[in-house]
Design a protein around this ligand. Structure first.
Ligand code: ADP
Ligand code: MG
Length: 687
């Protein structure tokens, strides 16, 4: 016994507490992600085998996995095989093992339990290399008689070993470690199984109905804890932090009066929601969701103007330097005529310039600053940060908000995303967030025409490019690599060289991540000014880049990209009134998954629909960039399938926290939230 009264086992205890697990087994388990008792309890079987009912030997189904009892009546070994005949009162069957060793310990008259596949073609029923167990008189079999969990195994850990240790962990420690943290009334209201019972069922299901109840209970746990955590975080922020209300004034009105176009209804509504939020002493926490090209930037500019009109500073964060530079240009064009001072702060500034900007921010002479994540690094101080905007929020992961919010007393926060986040995700991860949606494109936009072609059809593409350029329009060509490599994928450098040969009359340039920031912005600037006809680029242009005169994009090796990414790339065109075109060039080695994505792109231009598909195909972590934080890394729950459970969990969590915001009546629940989510939700302060 390795634990004592003073040192009781906990969920976080290492699995070496389990009898028989030493450093070597622990190492083997660590390759499966199992380090602690908790990991062991929640170590999910990949699937289950139903071995509850042994079959009479005369009714074994060919091609199926079956279990049965029988007495050995004949044994033989030839080369590397063992053959046996087993019989019982319902008939007989043949058994083959692909090893001659088995013959050496089988004897006629032995009683066996067997589980394995029945040969599809054999005339006599035949088990092919089954699991088996020699039964002693009066002993109960261990390999049949129940539903068996099948775990992800490794070369060092087979099913039997894993099962043995999981069972041993459950036997020795589950009682003490698995205390139910759900409030009594939730358990009662839904007639829920206890936590320990649910975990036991996960590993040793008694029947399908009970198993589903167990699974649902565990899925509920995950949603419930997350929802409660998100609500706690929200109240933590709003009770501790008072924001300065910000109102639009003179500058805002001047801007609106000189706007060269009319806002869409959706932009107007979103702008109104943002201004309403900002006019409160509770910090705004709003997500602006709108498909590529829907015109989110204007809504952000409206927020910036309200901040400046109220004498507060605004910070505008973009995920790439290219995008930061573009927003900088937009903001300068808008704000400088109004007498405001705009700065650009990126990681690649010269020291002197950086120092000048930092000083401007700290004394308040800079009114609005645009930048990459460098904007919120330790050395940046603001005199009076009233508004923080995060563009293309999904690229940052949800949770950098804390670092950012810490920069001002309590700045209002506007996050924008062009990758529409499916509704279920918003409900769970962004539980405490207001959401505005731009569900229409500015007037006159035509749906982007999307086609897929194979490499031999490339000459057609050259003709299309020429046609576009003749009309004065511009084209992007996107490749997965910068230089050629042994991977059979297109590179910017070789495509650039080839296109210059094939299309000698065009002005062609390259853009990729290995170029210096200055070079990149020079190229982007010339492209924006229409001086470049064709830009061969990597995915550095993926998000946000806005050149309305670009009307065609070729995405080479399209199967390489995720669906969300393809949609983002396609969104670089269709930003003006001309009919735009997206050409997806497949490559000979395209995977089935890649082909499916290409097909989805051709069929569908709605980012929301594509995002839902992406969520189904890839899991939520990758879609919204939270993967490394694990917020949506559910063990049991499934955001797509378990939407109903999610709703219930949300409702229950809201109800509970309304009555008891600090969870004083539920210390176990509170502890569990902090234990599982404290760090990622930045909740430690409440413990
Ligand atoms: P996104 O939502 O992808 O960030 P942008 O804000 O970059 O979109 O806007 C895309 C383009 O549409 C920009 O060139 C912008 O000036 C233009 N635009 C935005 N709103 C309107 C509008 N109401 N009418 C016409 N053009 C608009
Ligand atoms: Mg944008």
């Amino acid at each position: 016994m390795k634990t004592t009264k003073h040192n009781p086992p906990r969920l976080s205890s290492p699995i070496t507490l389990i009898d028989g697990i030493g450093p070597k087994k622990a190492e083997a388990f660590s390759h499966l992600g199992v380090h602690t008792l908790e990991d062991m309890f929640y170590f999910l079987p990949r699937r289950y085998e139903d071995r509850r009912t042994p079959k009479p030997l005369d009714s074994l189904t060919r091609g199926e996995y079956e279990c049965a009892y029988g007495v050995v009546s004949e044994i033989g070994a030839d080369y590397d095989k063992t053959r046996a005949i087993i019989t019982n009162n319902s008939g007989s069957a043949e058994v083959i093992w692909f090893s001659d060793k088995i013959a050496s310990f089988l004897r006629e008259g032995m009683r066996l339990a067997l589980y394995g596949k029945i040969d599809e073609r054999s005339i006599v029923p035949r088990f092919v290399h089954p699991e088996f167990e020699i039964l002693k008189p009066n002993s109960t079999p261990t390999i049949i008689g129940k539903v068996f969990p099948i775990y992800p195994a490794t070369a060092d850990l087979n099913q039997r070993t894993i099962r043995k240790f999981v069972d041993s962990a459950l036997d020795s420690f589950s009682e003490e470690c698995l205390k139910d943290f759900l409030p009594r009334r939730v358990l009662n209201r839904y007639g829920m199984m206890s936590l320990r019972e649910a975990i036991l069922q996960l590993h040793n299901p008694s029947d399908e109905r009970t198993f589903i109840r167990a699974r649902n209970r565990l899925a509920f746990d995950e949603f419930y804890l997350l929802q409660a955590g998100v609500i706690m975080r929200r109240s933590l922020y709003s009770s501790q932090l008072k924001a300065k209300p910000l109102k639009p004034g003179e500058k805002f009105r001047t801007f609106m009066d000189t706007l060269p176009f009319t806002l869409t209804d959706a932009q107007r509504a979103a702008g109104y929601e943002v201004l309403e939020d900002m006019d409160r002493d509770i910090p705004m926490n709003r997500l602006l969701q709108g498909d590529v090209g829907s015109g989110k930037t204007i809504v952000a500019v409206i927020a910036v103007l309200a901040a400046c009109d109220s004498g507060a500073q605004a910070a505008f964060m973009a995920p790439t330097e290219i995008l930061a530079a573009q927003h900088y240009i937009t903001l300068r064009k808008t704000l400088e005529p109004l007498g405001l001072n705009v700065a650009l702060l990126t990681g690649s500034l010269r020291t002197s310039e950086r120092r000048r900007i930092l000083e401007g921010l700290s004394i308040g002479s800079v009114d609005a600053v645009v930048g990459t994540h460098a904007l919120f690094s330790g050395s940046v101080e603001f005199a009076n940060l009233g508004l923080a905007i995060v563009d293309e929020q999904h690229r940052f992961g949800v949770l950098q908000r804390g670092a950012l919010a810490a920069k001002g007393q309590a700045p209002h926060l506007l996050a924008m995303t062009a990758t529409p986040i499916p509704r279920t995700l918003i409900m769970s991860v962004y539980g405490g967030l207001g959401v505005s949606v731009l569900n229409e494109l500015p007037p006159g936009r035509k749906e982007i025409h999307t086609i897929s072609l194979i490499p031999p059809e490339a000459p057609k593409v050259y003709a299309m490019i020429l046609e576009r350029v003749k009309k004065g329009e511009q084209v992007y060509w996107v490749c997965p690599l910068i230089d050629d490599s042994e991977r059979d994928l297109a590179s910017v450098s070789s495509v650039y060289a080839r296109l210059r040969n094939i299309l000698p009359d065009l002005t062609i340039s390259m853009l990729h991540g290995r170029m210096s920031v200055d070079e990149k912005s020079r190229v982007m600037q010339s492209f924006a000014e229409g001086k470049i006809d064709l830009l061969v680029a990597t995915v550095v242009i993926e998000v946000g880049v806005d050149v309305p005169n670009a009307t065609m994009i070729v995405i080479q090796d399209a199967g390489q990209y995720g669906l969300a990414q393809l949609h983002q790339l396609r969104g670089r065109v269709g930003r003006g009134e001309a009919q735009s075109l997206c050409v997806l060039l497949e490559n000979a080695g395209i995977t089935p998954v890649g082909r499916e994505r290409v097909g989805a792109m051709v069929k569908c231009s709605d980012g929301f629909e594509l995002a839902e598909q992406d969520l189904r195909a890839r899991g939520p972590g990758e879609v919204c960039g939270t993967h490394q934080h694990g917020v949506t890394d559910f063990r049991v729950a499934d955001l797509v399938r378990d939407e109903k459970i999610l709703r219930l969990a949300k409702k229950e969590a809201e109800e509970l926290l309304r009555e008891d915001p600090n969870l004083d009546s539920e210390p176990l629940l509170k502890r569990e939230i902090l234990r599982r989510l404290g760090e990622v939700l930045e909740l430690a302060a409440t413990s």
